[in-house]
Design a protein around this ligand. Structure first.
Ligand code: PEP
Ligand code: MG
Length: 579
């Protein structure tokens, strides 16, 4: 048994079987075994080789039948690698002499062999390195269990253990059977954490070398509430966590009773509860939790879930589906926000030195107008199908906003010429997530129909804290008075100009900040679906007057600790079971 402490980024507890992702292209972490486990590891290796030989023979035979003997022969070399006694003996020696797992031994020996080939002057042999890597993967697949590409279609519940999960990987996960995440690195507002919260599954990040401790098939407890991961728990811990799981599901049932009740303060002020989504298929669940519409649709996940840039028709199909599922409820569609920690395979090949401060989001769109236009055209085509609004992310200058609007104008003029219908008065808004935009909120308010405050990035850029870096996770805090001052001023600027203001960062879904945001005059909250009931409960338990008093007091504090302590006390007074 091993207990590891990290950062809990999505609450709840799950006990399940581990799938370790790092076998794909990262060195398998060294994991030592007891000497008496050597025979078992040797047997695992033997089984894996036998299974791989069967797979390859089948592949060779079917390829020969379909494409001829010459092509089929390629697999003979692969079979030769697996049957090579010298190689097998080296792997066995690694297991027995160094007391390592079979997967670690395979990885070490095969990579050593590949390097030997790579150094050979004979280019034919050097080319065979790829084949060796291929066989290494095949053996690891058999030893470690489910693979990354299989994670889209699982037939049993698992928890995913990874060094890091890219948004493109989380996008492709089986949403029914993946029951929890745990990663070596990451922070609370990294997109992996956000996706875990949207899926309503526990997640812990920043665990250091967890992948070096867990093997595929181990039983793992992920406690996202306390930020703890237990590998191979003992019987007492299993009992404790099963009870915890039961309590949590009882609470969920209680909260679900709130779904059809209005999000209204005790003095009758209605608050709009919106949800954040990554895919149109997330909408039904968000509505089931009580959301009244979608306040943030992260459309970049469309780019991340496939290996090519979406065509105009693919964009259109996704937006039309979202509007259909919403049945007239509002949809705030954010234009593509790639870059920083969300990048495609192609972008990964050409990384930026400092991607959070680089060609991200709207900057990328304005550098590739044809791509931007493809998305805007699809949005405008879908705009006649429901209550759609457009939101531009990462705006930091007025010029950027004006350019984006100009591109949109070009698009609609072209559509007009072609006789394609679109909604002329589609509301246009921006995300306020860069301090420069927050400080110029009065000027921006004159040129848009709404603001949505993206606190994840606003905190990151105001406090100079990378939202994905576990080393500085303790400094990432929305309660910092500097951040609160910006939020207050943006809400004020919106109210003064008569435009809508929402908060769509993770802060909106954290019950700790509900009273404060209400008191600052916020009337629209957009959050992950699973957070809706708890936030609604707090809204229904306070008057606007009380929330205003709380906010007034909070704004006199000069430290985030004071702010959080006070908010916790005040919230517990009205909802004792909160947190
Ligand atoms: C934000 O920055 O707060 C936000 C909602 O956008 P994202 O998390 O997608 O960057
Ligand atoms: Mg953002």
């Amino acid at each position: 048994m091993e207990i590891k402490k990290g950062i809990g980024v999505s609450p709840g507890v799950v006990i399940s079987t581990a799938v370790v992702l790092d076998a794909e292209d990262v060195v398998i972490p060294r994991r030592n075994i007891e000497p008496d486990q050597v025979p078992a590891e040797t047997e695992r290796l033997g089984n894996a080789i036998a299974q791989s030989v069967v797979e390859l023979t089948k592949l060779r035979d079917s390829t020969t039948a379909e494409h001829g003997k010459q092509i089929g022969q390629i697999f003979d070399f692969h079979l030769g690698v697996l049957r090579d006694r010298t190689l097998t003996n080296q792997i066995l020696a690694e297991i027995s002499q160094n007391n390592t797992t079979a997967e670690y031994a395979v990885s070490v020996v095969m990579r050593r062999q590949a390097n030997r080939f790579l150094q050979m002057p004979n280019s034919y042999l050097a080319e065979r390195v790829k084949d060796i890597h291929d066989q290494e993967r095949r053996l690891l697949r058999s030893l470690v269990g489910n693979r990354r590409q299989d994670l889209a279609h699982l037939d049993q519940d698992v928890v995913v253990i990874a060094h890091d999960l890219l948004p493109s990987q989380t996008a492709a996960l089986d949403r029914v059977h993946v029951r929890g995440f745990a990663c070596d690195v990451g922070g609370a507002t990294s997109h992996t954490a956000i996706v875990a919260r949207a899926m309503g599954i526990p997640a812990v990040v920043g665990l250091g070398n967890l992948t070096g401790t867990v093997s595929g098939g181990d039983t793992v407890v992920i406690d996202g509430t306390r930020g703890v991961v237990i590998v191979n728990p003992d019987a007492d811990q299993l009992v404790e966590y099963r009870e915890f799981e039961r309590k949590r599901s009882r609470l969920e049932v209680e909260l679900s009773l709130l779904r059809d009740l209005p999000a209204e303060t005790t003095d009758g002020h209605s608050i709009s509860m919106q949800a954040n989504i990554e895919f149109p298929s997330d909408i039904d669940d968000a509505l089931r939790r009580g959301a009244q519409g979608i306040g943030l649709y992260r459309t970049e996940f469309l780019y991340l879930s496939q290996d090519h840039e979406p065509s105009e028709d693919e964009h259109y199909a996704a937006y039309a589906e979202a509007l259909r599922r919403l049945e007239g409820r509002p949809l705030v569609l954010r234009t593509m926000d790639l870059g920083a920690d969300k990048y495609t395979e192609k972008q990964a090949q050409n990384p930026e030195r400092n991607p959070f401060l680089g060609e991200r989001s709207i900057r990328m769109c304005l550098h590739d107008i044809p791509m931007f236009k493809r998305q805007l055209r699809a949005i405008m085509r879908a705009s006649v199908l429901g209550d759609m609004r457009i939101m531009f992310p990462m705006i930091s200058t007025l010029m950027e906003l004006r350019q984006a609007k100009m591109v949109l104008n070009d698009v609609v003029e072209e559509m007009e010429d072609e006789g394609i219908p679109f909604r002329r008065d589609i509301p246009i808004g921006i995300m306020i997530e860069v301090p420069a935009a927050a400080l110029m909120a009065n000027q921006f308010a004159k040129e848009v129909n709404f603001f949505s405050i993206g606190t994840n990035d606003l905190v990151q850029y105001t406090l100079a804290v990378d939202r994905t870096n576990e080393r500085v996770a303790g400094l990432f805090c929305p309660a910092h008075p500097a951040v609160l001052g910006l939020i207050r001023d943006v809400i004020r600027a919106g109210v003064r100009a008569g435009i809508g203001v929402s908060v769509c960062g993770e802060m909106a879904g954290e019950p700790l900040y509900t009273l404060l945001l209400l008191g600052l005059g916020l009337t629209t909250f957009s959050m992950n679906g699973p957070d809706v009931p708890e936030v609604k409960k707090i809204i229904r338990s306070t008057s606007t007057e009380h929330a205003r008093n709380v906010a007034r007091r909070v704004m006199t504090f000069d430290s985030e600790r004071q702010v959080m302590h006070f908010l916790r006390e005040e919230t517990r007074k009205i909802v004792p079971e909160a947190f």
